[in-house]
Design a protein around this ligand. Structure first.
Ligand code: SF4
Ligand code: SF4
Length: 157
């Protein structure tokens, strides 16, 4: 059984994905390629495809809920790295649940992670422990993966 994020991709087609300009190439060679991002606001970029009312990140590959997955996984921006799949680390994720529900998928449950092997690219197969971890702060308010993409006609700001 593959990691749920390798057969989902729902959050990549639900939210506007914005981040500081310094995260992208050429400023950051490990960040998303310049042609995959667009200016959003002063100091901010967004992943192309995530700014409209029917967002789908340009980096998303496959079909949502079937084989949807990030096609630029090693270069994804920080906000993408901070989105936790629900219950992978012993707690639910509002962003994960919202994305999956928007695309007609059931939210993940703790049972989805029982001895779930991790098969993300570049990661050895290991068993995931489901013990709770300490709470972490929310994403910074200025950038994030948390704002749903605006409805048609709404300003981005
Ligand atoms: S974080 Fe949740 S919504 Fe996003 S790809 Fe993974 S399982 Fe799907
Ligand atoms: S960069 Fe990858 S993880 Fe981030 S929204 Fe796009 S497809 Fe999803």
């Amino acid at each position: 059984m593959s990691h749920p994020c390798l057969r989902c991709g729902a959050c990549c087609a639900t939210f506007r994905v914005s981040f500081h300009w310094s995260e992208a190439q050429p400023h950051n060679p490990d960040g998303p390629a310049a042609e995959l991002v667009m200016p959003l606001r002063r100091h901010e970029l967004a992943m192309r495809g995530t700014e409209g009312s029917h967002p789908r990140c340009v980096g998303l590959r496959g079909s949502i809920g079937v084989d949807g997955h990030c096609g630029i996984y090693p270069n994804r921006p920080s906000v993408c790295r901070e989105v936790e799949p629900s219950w992978e680390f012993g707690r639910h994720s509002a962003q994960c649940d919202k994305g999956r529900i928007r695309h007609g998928l059931k939210p993940l449950t703790p049972e989805d992670w029982a001895m779930q092997p991790v098969s993300l690219p570049g990661v050895d197969q290991v068993a995931v422990e489901t013990a709770p971890l300490p709470e972490v702060d929310d994403l910074p308010p200025a950038y994030g993966f948390g704002a749903p993409s605006p409805e048609p006609g709404s300003p981005l700001a």
